[in-house]
Design a binder for this molecule. Structure first.
Ligand SMILES: [Fe+2]
Length: 271
């Protein structure tokens, strides 16, 4: 029988990826007819009832309008979970405002974190004035340096834009523009266990060179997988959970609300 100490040492670090919340300065703000704050509140209820996490990662598009008031809405919602919240920017965020608003306890905007026996690295893949992604040299250099500094720590890499195509033409036109430069680095460091992003408003799981590539649903509207053009997918919002074990292994999955919390305008041609 396992002792208490053995049980404690094998206890996983639990993470909830709660992404693309798209909140507005007005708590009544709607995206394609869906109240994004109410939808986030319901996903947070699910997170807290299903599996209380040790920390949250909010992987971009925290707000839709980039206003300080919208970030205050995000803070009000996330604070209820009572754990640290790590944020990185998406194409709908204002990077400076996000860093100002989401960087005091329990909120963190950092490049790296070492927690238990794991490392997490956070990249800014945003391009001012564009919905697409790009990893600037400073981001790539920092990534390489952090990975070289802690070769023995199993590592998750977080960013907003997808570094691989999903097979959805309109979304793939807004992916990371220079993925080879990124993978040239990650391929040199065998401790990378997973690369995770938001942006695509759908679940995605693939393996590349033994590294898990993972995306999560949005907490509001979902995009149709494999669609050539912008198309809404009428499935409920959700989040991705991860359990990171001391031996470097991880488990992950997606949980969703039972139903969409509102009426979505299906005829929309964009968002
Ligand atoms: Fe988004």
């Amino acid at each position: 029988m396992a002792t208490d100490r053995q049980a404690a040492e094998s206890k996983p670090l639990r993470i909830a990826q709660i992404t693309d919340t798209h909140l507005y300065s007005d708590p009544g703000g709607e995206l394609l007819g869906l109240n994004t704050r109410r939808s986030l509140e319901q996903v947070i209820d699910l997170v807290m009832s299903a599996r209380q996490p040790d920390l949250v990662v909010s992987s971009g598009d925290l707000t839709h309008d980039g206003s300080p008031q919208a970030y205050q809405q995000v803070r009000d919602c996330f604070r209820r979970i009572g754990v640290p919240v790590y944020s990185l920017p998406g194409n709908h965020d204002e990077v400076v405002t996000l860093n100002d608003c989401m960087n005091s306890n329990p909120f963190l905007c950092v490049r790296s974190a070492r927690i238990n026996s794991w490392q997490m690295l956070f990249l800014d893949s945003t391009v001012t004035g564009s919905d697409g992604g790009y990893l600037r040299k400073a981001e790539l250099d920092a990534l390489d340096t952090e990975l070289a500094s802690y070769p023995d720590l199993p590592t998750l890499i977080w960013l907003h834009h997808q570094p691989v195509p999903l097979g959805s033409r309109w979304l793939d036109s807004m992916a990371v523009d220079n993925p080879q430069a990124f993978f040239d680095i990650t391929d040199r460091h065998s401790q990378v266990r997973a690369i995770l992003w938001g942006h695509v408003h759908q679940s995605f799981e693939q393996q590349r060179n033994g590294v898990q590539l993972l995306a999560a649903p949005s907490t509001c509207i979902q995009f149709q997988p494999g669609s050539e053009e912008f198309a809404v997918h009428l499935v409920p919002p959700g989040y991705r959970w991860l359990e990171l074990y001391p031996d470097g292994s991880l488990e992950t999955g997606v949980e969703r609300l039972q139903k969409i919390p509102g009426e979505i305008n299906q005829d929309a041609r964009g968002y």
